[in-house]
Design a protein around this ligand. Sequence first.
Ligand code: 5GP
Length: 127
Amino acid sequence: MPQIGLPPYDDQNIFAKILRGQIPCRKVYEDEWVLAFQDINPQAPVHVLVIPREKYCSFADFSASASEAEIAGFFRAVGKIAKTLGLEDSGYRLLANMGADAHQEVPHFHLHMFGGRRLGPMLARQG
Ligand code: 5GP
């Protein structure tokens, strides 16, 4: 359940529809905790989204409400995906947008995984 002060989870968000199989995705990995798929608008040669199977609207919600097993399962899967995609030697970047200042677009917690080229500075100057 979401924490007090956080918005309720929107069952109609695009990732909820992907999880329900109502919208297709290019799947990269799945297990009992996560689904990982290619971003529809990739910002790097590798741009994968990793999402928990359960309903968390943001990192704030996930970090406060998910069980220890879900949190561990999620982050272990992220490491496994990076390894499977061959990113460990060349490197990669993980990013989670939370809320308005970070331009979070989809209200289902997700991590972006970027790789496959030099990724440049950590943050754009503005945007
Ligand atoms: P956010 O700004 O919420 O961190 O990122 C949302 C990401 O979801 C964006 O990078 C966007 O390209 C991606 N996205 C939005 N709609 C879809 C979709 O229908 N399918 C896939 N695979 N990615 C999507």
